[in-house]
Design a protein around this ligand. Sequence first.
Ligand SMILES: *Cc1c(COP(=O)(O)O)cnc(C)c1O
Length: 387
Amino acid sequence: MSYPQTRAVHAGRDDFAELGVHAPPIDLSTTYPVRDLDQGTASFDALVGGAAEAANPIYARLFNPTVARFERALAELEGTSDAVAFASGMAATTACLLAARQRGSHVLAVRPLYGTHDHLLESGLLGLPVRWTEADAIGDEIRADTALVIIETPSNPTLDLIDIAAVVAAAGEVPVMVDSTFATPVLQQPASLGAQLVLHSATKFLGGHGDVIAGVVACDGEWASALRQVRAATGGLLHPLGAYLLHRGLPTLALRVERAQENATELARRLGAHGAVRKVFYPSLGTVRNAHLAGTQMSGPGTMVSFELEGGHAAAAALMRRVRIATPAVSLGSVDTLIQHPAGLTHRVLDERTREHHGITPGLVRLSVGIEAVEDLWADLDQALRA
Ligand SMILES: *Cc1c(COP(=O)(O)O)cnc(C)c1O
């Protein structure tokens, strides 16, 4: 299975023949009978110690086969040996930070990040202070006791791209975590560029239908073991029904992303020529930092478009009231189009100066383009912008 489209359809299904099933079974057990106590003790020790599986699952906080199937599928799509799933993207990030704590004294991170990532790092809640830097200054800022480098590409909401391979080279021995939520494994595979941790808010494109909150980290076996230990101890579990829905969505991931990307490319082009729009942020228009990486690091420009309105905050508020097909809502990556106002919602936690510095102006609107017919989406946006 050399093509990602084929892998997406078949990944995580290799035990089906043996089980005699055609769809993934959902195992809702919270506990499992332990009739052979010695085997149970050995399994317990293995799972608490971070093993991927054991002869007996023991307890659902330690192992669940439905979740494990989704994890194997995602690892296969990202080209890593392992993946570990969590209750949300934030639970996944929390586990990465807790696992990284043993490696150093602080995190080096590049803004802008997903708003709650920014908030979590700034809060110091997890005992790992953050130092903010620019992507091209990582080589100067890295210290022997830096625990982790965190980047997000494409970035939220301005869609700047960061050269992952260059960051990995600059970080040297320090592991790099890439939040690849906006790209999905369809458009980029950060592990192939040397990133140790590939994070997804699976709530977004992986789920794709707006009905699951989840997170997942693709990584090597050593990191996976550390993350499973944190998950077993802190309990940020993905429920098996959520894992089932995520696994069910993976076969259409490439179709969804490719169609949304086609729509986004066309909408970005038309928005760029619209009188109510001051600036469009989209890689194929060349209006974001490192736009040239769309086509190399990323196989295409992606499905997210941000644009700044001439009329500022008032125009953005009016647009939210007037759209009919697009839903004014936070989140992204669903089959339906979502539109939101970063300064008023997702990036509210940043102070105004930091927002402005990163282009998150009062007139900025972020569009998560869905798979609807592009002419309907355009007609909707056009009438809402015109009014
Ligand atoms: C949504 C999101 C997160 C957080 O994920 P949750 O599933 O909401 O906890 C992290 N990073 C990015 C880029 C996101 O869009």
